[in-house]
Design a protein around this ligand. Structure first.
Ligand code: ADP
Length: 707
């Protein structure tokens, strides 16, 4: 209980009050003990951090106040002892009026006592005052003076409602009867001083000042908690106005509080309605454990995840949840708080974007051309998977590689890129030879155009590449067959022209030979005849090749056809230093075949062998063997060239398959051979000879057995 010190310090206290003063002191000491015990009890009862924020410091304040009171009571006790001594002194001089000196001494002790009380309450950082029931301020400490902005003497004696805008006299009087009954009150009070319009918040403890058993006023101890209160207000404001949903829940997922945003997002009308729903009601699948809940043994702290919640209307929504678990001092999970952002729309958009991206990708992938994107640093940034069909590579083989790194295969492509990037042309095209991974040479046509980014800035070049091999070969074939047809016609004409003089030469030389008398002359004419016959044979073969004598199959001797083909090609073989090792089989059965077509097959095999040998060496040997087994008649052509690589072997009979540079081979030779042999019910096979080189075998059925 705070002592009323509003009386003027100069007035001496009547000596008969000393006994009461002393007994009051004892009561003070008792109060101190009670407060001390209360302070300890409060501290022991709950740990400070689990108390609401304003009660923890208050418990501490009570303890500090108790200690200060103890010091104060001790001082006062000393003063009372002094006063008692003075009184005893006075009593010894009964009837004798106290001397001036004694009265001064008495006054000084009283004044010192009041000063020390003032100093005591001034030393409080919290505001402290004593106020009588009519609202008169009896004493105030320095903190109150500072808050009001007036000195102590100007405040004491004033009514508190003359200094305050809030709380008003009426509001205080409304709660007075309850205070008189309880004699104690604690709570947070909003105070607005007249000198300052800013409202302040104080945690207050009011205790009754009792005189003679009657409450005459109240001691007020107030701690300024405006900062905390404003923080709390700001937090509440934030919670209420946040666009994201925010909530507090029990560990089991039952909502304790939710902000208006969450109420709206989940489609409820009021917060109360939302807080009343069962936790599993928010699940998409009600049978599942509550989505918002958290296992009691969860020590995870902060957690961010994507969850699905059911709105009131029943639709499911996707939320991005960021939450935190709160434990008490004993480690028990007490609360769970978090924010929820509705990302349903975002996810929908993302899905749409992904679908668009997929569509774009499929569009590019299903495009018959190979699509390449090359950035400004010359790197392939996109390679459609057509690259696998076209060139035998995977997209990854080219991705991030520089276009000039592939220049050895297609320098024209790199040149096209540079041309489009550096010139003002927005489009360019080129035709080039590219090598398939399996070694084949292909003719490609590339069209390039500039690529711009979203800001219309040049970002690179987009190139579409088309395989033109088939088209070009067909074109070549047409040109070649037209040329061959023209040549055939010419050869036919020349042969016909040569036939007449040759017939004359042969006829005349025969006549001449008969009329010769000397052996030498006959021998010379014999040579003339022999050469003329040879020339006639060549001419005959030429006509045979240029214009097939009869369409259809006739029984032919394979060896004759081989010989005729060799004769036709003998000049080229000689020129290329290729020795022909040909053994005629004496009793070779006839086969039923179109001699012209068979000649074409053999010529192809001889030409391929010649080219294969010339690829690796200056000279070589072509070994031709014939044979039969009763069931079949065959001819084999073996060269000593490089042979056929194992990975090429399965494709050599495919139309247009060639490993030769463009212009050197059409890839049609062997495929024509195959179709001719098939048409003859025969076969043609390729293999690598054990000693190196390739060996092609043509097999037909003997004429007697063929249908
Ligand atoms: P082209 O000769 O125009 O390439 P072909 O169909 O005649 O077409 O031959 C196809 C391929 O078979 C040739 O490109 C070559 O790789 C292979 N080939 C054919 N004959 C031989 C051979 N005697 N030695 C090695 N490889 C050969």
């Amino acid at each position: 209980m705070i002592h009323d010190t509003s009386e003027t310090p100069r007035q001496p206290r009547p000596p008969q009050n000393l006994e009461r003063e002393e007994s009051q002191l004892w009561r003070w000491i008792l109060l101190f003990m009670v407060l001390l015990a209360a302070g300890f009890a409060a501290l022991a009862w709950e740990r400070l951090e689990t108390l609401p924020y304003h009660l923890g410091p208050l418990a501490l304040g009570v303890l500090v106040l108790s200690v200060l009171l103890a010091i104060y009571a001790y001082g006062r006790r000393q003063q009372v002892v002094q006063l008692k001594l003075l009184l005893q002194d006075l009593q010894q001089h009964v009837g004798v009026a106290p001397s001036e000196e004694q009265l001064d001494q008495l006054n000084e002790v009283i004044a010192r006592s009041q000063r020390s009380f003032k100093e005591l309450i001034d030393s409080f950082e919290d505001a402290a005052c004593a106020v009588s029931l009519d609202g008169t301020l009896r004493t105030v400490n320095k903190s109150v003076s500072e808050l009001v902005g007036l000195p102590y003497t100007a405040i004491v004696g004033q009514k508190f409602f003359d200094l305050l805008e809030e709380p008003t006299r009426e509001s205080v009087e409304a709660g007075l009867s309850r205070f008189l009954e309880k004699r104690h009150w604690t709570g947070t009070v909003r105070i607005r001083f007249k000198n300052n319009s800013r409202p302040l918040f104080f945690d207050c403890v009011l205790n009754a000042i009792v005189k003679g058993g009657e409450v005459v006023g109240a001691s007020v101890l107030g701690r300024d908690v405006t900062g905390q209160h404003e923080k709390e207000l700001r937090f509440t404001e934030l919670f209420e106005t946040l666009q994201e949903g925010a909530y507090f829940s029990t560990p089991e997922g039952r909502l304790l509080d939710a902000n208006p945003a969450l109420v709206t997002i989940l489609g409820y009308a009021t917060k109360e309605e939302l807080l009343a729903v069962e936790p599993s009601e928010l699940n998409v699948d009600r049978a599942e454990p509550p989505v918002l809940g958290r296992a009691l043994d969860d020590r995870g702290g902060v957690r961010a995840r994507e969850i699905m919640l059911r709105k009131k209307a029943g639709s499911a929504a996707i939320f991005l949840e960021s939450s935190r678990a709160v434990w008490d001092a004993s480690g028990k999970l007490i609360r769970y708080q978090g924010t929820l952002v509705d990302v349903t729309e975002r996810r929908k958009l993302e899905r749409q974007l992904l679908q668009q991206e997929e569509f774009r990708r499929h569009l590019l992938e299903s495009f018959p051309d190979l699509i390449l994107v090359v950035d400004l640093q010359e790197h392939y940034t996109f390679v459609s998977s057509r690259v696998r069909d076209l060139l035998g590579y995977q997209s990854e083989d080219l991705l991030d590689r520089r276009i000039s790194e592939t220049a050895d295969h297609s320098p024209e492509l790199a040149a096209l890129y540079h041309d489009v990037i550096s010139s003002n042309r927005s489009f360019g095209a080129t035709e080039f030879s590219a090598r398939h991974r399996d070694g084949r040479w292909l003719t490609m046509r590339a069209s390039a155009s500039r690529l711009f980014d979203a800001d219309s800035k040049l970002a690179g070049v987009i190139i579409s590449v088309r395989d033109m091999t088939t088209e070009r070969k067909l074109e070549q074939q047409i040109v070649q067959s037209e040329r061959l047809a023209a040549m055939g016609a010419m050869i036919g004409g020349v042969a016909h022209e040569l036939n007449n003089p040759l017939t004359s030469i042969l006829g005349v030389s025969e006549l001449l030979q008969d009329s010769q008398t000397t052996d030498a002359a006959r021998k010379q004419i014999g040579i003339l005849q022999q050469q003329a016959r040879r020339a006639a044979e060549i001419v005959h073969n030429l006509t045979y090749f240029a214009t097939p004598p009869t369409p259809g199959k006739t029984p032919v001797n394979m060896a004759d056809i081989v010989e005729r083909t060799l004769n036709l090609h003998s000049y080229s073989l000689r020129k290329n230093s290729i020795t022909v090792d040909f053994l005629r089989e004496p009793n070779q059965p006839f086969v039923k075949a179109d001699p012209h077509q068979l000649m074409q097959v053999f010529l192809n095999l001889i030409l391929n062998a010649e080219q294969a040998i010339r690829e690796t060496r200056d000279r070589g040997t072509l070994r031709i063997r014939l044979g039969n087994s009763g069931e079949s008649v065959w001819a084999s052509f073996q060269d000593d060239g490089p042979g056929i690589p194992a990975d090429v072997l399965p494709s050599i009979f495919d139309p247009f398959y060639t490993t030769k540079r463009p212009g050197r081979g059409t890839g049609l030779g062997l495929s024509i051979c195959k179709s001719v042999m098939k048409e003859h019910n025969g076969t043609i096979d390729a293999a690598n000879a054990p000693g190196g080189g390739a060996v092609f075998t043509v097999t037909l059925r003997p004429a007697s057995s063929s249908s």
